[in-house]
Ligand binder design. Structure first.
Ligand code: GLU
Length: 132
């Protein structure tokens, strides 16, 4: 069973999201990820970190790739239904234009039709998931 955590407020989002994901670990998961919205440079941008396996792997990715600075974000523990447990398939997923990030629990039943339609319209998918 997967889990979702979100935060927006005055505090740094990263530690709150990681604590939330740790609270959700008991539900089981095969990968995890977080996105934090940053306003650095004047325009909104999302920084993502995603890793297959335990939250320790995500902690390591945050440490290696640099802290996520921002006061709003989302986090996910994934239990794969569509696509293997990999870094690329871990949530969150980002839209082609980078303006939207999404996390999702469950199954998008008509994902194949939606994927076909979006591919025809030029979208490039980065994962094998129904969510993206
Ligand atoms: N169906 C989605 C996936 O495979 C979400 C799985 C979940 O609920 O964690 O990525």
């Amino acid at each position: 069973m997967c889990g979702i955590v979100g935060y927006t407020g005055p505090r740094a989002a990263l530690p709150i999201l990681m604590d939330g994901l740790r609270d959700l670990e008991y539900r089981g998961y095969d990968s995890a990820g977080i996105a934090v919205a940053s306003n650095a440079g004047g325009s909104a941008a999302f920084e993502l970190r995603k890793r297959e396996g335990r939250l320790a792997n995500l902690d390591a990715a945050v440490a290696e790739d640099g802290d996520l600075i921002g006061t709003a974000g989302i986090g996910h523990t994934r239990w794969a239904t569509h696509g293997r447990p990999t870094d690329a398939n871990a949530h969150p997923h980002r839209s082609c234009d980078g303006q939207v990030v999404v996390i999702h629990n469950g199954i998008v039943e008509n994902f194949a039709a939606l994927r076909r339609e979006l591919t025809e319209r030029g979208h490039a998918f980065q994962s094998e998931t129904d969510t993206e």
